[in-house]
Design a binder for this molecule. Structure first.
Ligand SMILES: [Ca+2]
Ligand SMILES: [Ca+2]
Ligand SMILES: [Ca+2]
Ligand SMILES: [Ca+2]
Length: 272
């Protein structure tokens, strides 16, 4: 096959939609949800979301597996900067979305549910929100998959001790929690590592800003802590997320610098 043909074949097979991610979600704003909840999507510049839905799958107790919400993304596109912000109100936001971001305003009805939930982008969805139960026996394993393919998935599992199920990992995504200290108000993919889902509690009132407040915020794939970003990291509805490095890696980097310094000192000492 000619190289150009291979490239076209790969593009057609993979599809640009494979790149769309749930980049940030404000699940549980302080006080009332209205005017503050949002979901941010990230992908290619001006990418069409034709054929895609965002599903919110219940993870709590006897309702586990129920598709609570199915947002039809089909008429939407990402902005020139690859971001789409779906928010529930047109009120002012601070910080304001980036100029290249596509902004879609439509209330979440119901509001984005707090608690254990899986958020997944699928193509070819054929289920019914409020009706279709994907986990008929509530064992954490999906029994139905009424879609053609899964594009992206994240999940939050809360720490209330009751039955809390998540489906994100089984769908190829990442799951956050449970965290012993708190249930995250918001989830953010780090700008410097999209495989790290950062979560924490935030403070603030409409129109923002919404800085993270927890000193013990952790990420999904381990017990790493980001205490040093508290006070600087905040939600970025419609603009690029913040970057952060988990503290164990910072310690490793510091240890590396110290080792280099010690080696240099030894070299100097040896010359003396
Ligand atoms: Ca909410
Ligand atoms: Ca099941
Ligand atoms: Ca069920
Ligand atoms: Ca953002």
């Amino acid at each position: 096959m000619h190289l150009k043909t291979i490239a076209a074949f790969v593009a057609a097979t993979v599809g640009v939609q494979a790149q769309v991610q749930i980049n940030e979600i404000f699940i549980n704003p302080p006080s009332t949800d209205n005017g503050m909840e949002f979901i941010e999507f990230k992908g290619a510049s001006n990418q069409s979301l034709t054929g895609l839905h965002l599903l919110m799958i219940e993870g709590d107790g006897a309702s586990a597996g129920l598709i609570d919400v199915a947002l039809d993304l089909g008429s939407l596109s990402l902005g020139s900067n690859g971001l789409l912000l779906w928010r529930d109100s047109s009120t002012v936001l601070s910080p304001a979305p980036a100029s290249g971001t596509a902004v879609h305003v439509a209330d979440f009805n119901p509001d984005i549910e707090n608690g254990s939930n899986t958020y997944v982008i699928v193509s070819g969805f054929t289920g019914t929100a409020g009706v279709t139960d994907l986990d008929t026996n509530n064992d954490g394993v999906l029994d139905l998959t009424p879609w053609t393919s899964v594009v992206n998935a994240i999940g939050l599992i809360e720490n209330d001790g009751a039955s809390n199920l998540g489906y994100a990992v089984a769908l190829g995504g990442i799951s956050y929690g449970p965290n012993a200290g708190f249930n995250a108000d918001a989830l953010v993919r780090l700008a410097n590592d999209a495989n790290i889902l950062f979560g924490g509690d935030v403070t603030g009132t409409s129109p923002g800003s919404f800085p993270f407040t927890e000193a013990t915020t952790a990420f999904s794939s381990g017990s790493n802590v980001f205490g040093d970003i508290v006070g600087t990291a905040q939600l970025t509805p419609g603009s690029e997320n913040f970057s952060a490095v988990p503290e164990p890696q910072e310690y490793a980097a510091i240890a590396g610098v110290l080792a280099l310094g010690a080696a240099a000192w030894r070299r100097r000492a040896n010359r003396a």
